[in-house]
Design a binder for this molecule. Structure first.
Ligand code: IMP
Length: 502
């Protein structure tokens, strides 16, 4: 006979947190949102942690290199979508890894034999007044000098004057050598009262500039997530089909962590994919797996060697899997069940496997609930798709700015390997929709606001860290009528603009 679960499965919307005692130390400033990303042994430190518990979904309409840099600046990780060619996915990973915080590739470059007229034309086009003068006029050429607006007087000089006649020549330049840290470069900028510091390799080739004007923006990102070489941390999605080619290419490109992207992960294909990684790289390459929605699925992937395990089937905002196939489970119930299995596994083995609740976050407080229910971090698609940094178009529809957001199982993404069950089967039906989401502005502003709410709720619960919240949270189910009570009710709203996260 089939197995029947006794309780219905439930969504985050059906729960609330009950405050616990908060002492005077319990203020949002004292809350740490640091969280492990990959498994670790009791008493040891995880190889990868994040400074905030958010990752962006493995989706075409969410996670490209631009999103990855923006999210790493705030302390989280993007998983660059895998439903593209290996070449274009690795190119995105490379872009993130070469995007050095504060180290800017020069976008205004000329040769010494060009003229003042060329300088003025370039300045007009780029809007930048610092121009690198290199032997071949490229951003990586051998540096010959620099031109800034201080080097010429338009009214007194002939536009055909050669740059070599008025540039600040290399012999008079203050520069730093490749390999210097950002703080060393900033110290030089201040010490020598410079606006721009060229960074040069041992062959006198220009590698980057560090600009004084960028100094403040780094101070603004105290949570940025960097690897041991001070590069942004980035993840990448893989599938259970072409992993033998894709994974080595992504590792080579510098991806810090991989994740098997599948709508249903309790499968032999996932085990084989993880086994490939372990055979080829041992524990040096980190790979998450999923998605599962119960303890049995968790245990299978834990034993297969997954570094973290993702939870969620059918709860995504663009997802129609439940309608199409009748599989899935309410996201809150799935998280609670998998968290219990993870804790049990930890007790038995001393190995802690982080879990990630994926999809279905609508309100900011759902994030806090997901964490309180045992999630170590949360994957979001719709949430991030609304920001400036998502890869999709911003459009005006019916007088409102929106961004496009489509599922990986939609005809638009055609990511069939995410849904495919292996063999020769090629699924032909959609499991996701193509949609609009309200445009919400910058990632930084939104993430700051959402996490301030999370921290504030944690304080109400008397928890200063995620593990503390997981241990001490008191969670209650709410009745359908009390859900109505939770919003503004029995009043006439003056402003119908809802500025919540939805
Ligand atoms: P959201 O944050 O509620 O928008 O959910 C995002 C999550 O939905 C992703 O991380 C995926 O796990 C899942 N997902 C992405 N595309 C599809 C799809 O086409 N069908 C079903 N689920 C999807």
């Amino acid at each position: 006979m089939a197995h029947y679960f006794e309780e219905p499965s439930r969504t985050f919307n059906e729960y609330l947190l009950i405050p616990g005692y908060s002492d005077k130390n319990c203020t949002p400033d004292n809350v740490s949102l640091k969280t492990p990303v990959v498994k670790f042994k009791k008493g040891e430190k995880p190889a990868i942690t994040m400074n905030i518990p958010l990752v962006s979904a493995i989706m075409q309409s969410v996670s490209d290199d631009k999103m990855a840099v923006a999210l790493a600046k705030e302390g989280g990780i993007s998983f660059i979508f895998g439903s593209q060619s290996i070449e274009s996915q690795t190119a995105m990973v490379r872009k993130v890894k070469s995007h050095k915080a504060g180290f800017v590739t020069s976008d205004s470059n000329l040769r010494p034999d060009q003229t003042l007229a060329d300088v003025l034309a370039l300045k007009e086009r780029s809007g930048h007044s610092t121009i690198a003068i290199t032997d071949d006029g490229t951003a990586e050429g051998k540096i010959q000098g620099i031109v800034t607006s201080r080097d010429y007087r338009i009214s007194r000089m002939d536009p055909s004057t050669k740059i070599s006649a008025f540039m600040t020549p290399f012999s008079a330049l203050i520069y730093a050598e490749e390999g210097c840290t950002l703080s060393e470069a900033n110290d030089m900028l201040w010490e020598h009262k410079l606006n721009a510091l060229p960074i040069i390799d041992k062959n006198q080739r220009l590698t980057h500039f560090v600009f004084r004007k960028d100094y403040d923006s780094h101070k603004d990102n105290p949570n940025e997530l960097l690897d041991s070489h001070k590069r942004y941390v980035v993840g990448a999605g893989v599938n259970t089909r072409d992993y033998e080619e894709r994974i080595p290419a992504l590792v080579e490109a510098g991806a810090d962590v991989l994740c098997i992207d599948s709508s249903e992960g309790f499968s032999e294909w996932q085990r084989d994919t993880i086994a490939f990684v372990r055979e080829k790289y041992g524990d040096t390459v980190k790979i998450g797996a999923g998605n599962v929605v119960d303890g049995e699925g968790f245990r299978y992937l834990a034993e297969a060697g997954a570094d973290f395990i993702k939870i969620g089937i059918g709860g995504g905002s663009i997802c129609i899997t439940r309608e199409q196939k009748g599989i899935g489970r309410g996201q809150a119930t799935a998280t609670i069940d998998v968290a219990a299995a993870r804790n049990q596994y930890f007790e038995e083995t001393g190995i802690y496997i982080p879990i990630c609740s994926d999809g279905g976050i609508v309100y900011d407080y759902h994030m806090t609930l997901a964490l309180a229910m045992g999630s170590d971090f949360i994957m979001l698609g719709r949430y991030f798709s609304r920001f400036d940094e998502s890869p999709t178009n911003k459009l005006m529809v019916n007088g409102t700015y929106v961004k496009e957001y489509w599922g990986e199982g939609s005809n638009r993404a055609r990511n069939w390997q995410r849904y495919d069950l292996g063999g020769d089967s090629k699924l032909k039906f959609e499991e996701g929709v193509d949609s609009y989401v309200p445009y919400a502005g910058s990632l930084k502003d939104n993430v700051t606001l959402s996490l301030n709410k999370v921290k504030s709720t944690m304080c109400n619960c008397g928890a200063l860290s995620i593990p503390e919240l997981q241990k001490t949270a008191k969670i209650t189910l709410v009745s359908a009528t009390s859900i109505v009570e939770g919003g503004a009710h029995d009043v006439i709203l003056k402003n119908t603009d809802n500025n919540s996260v939805r």
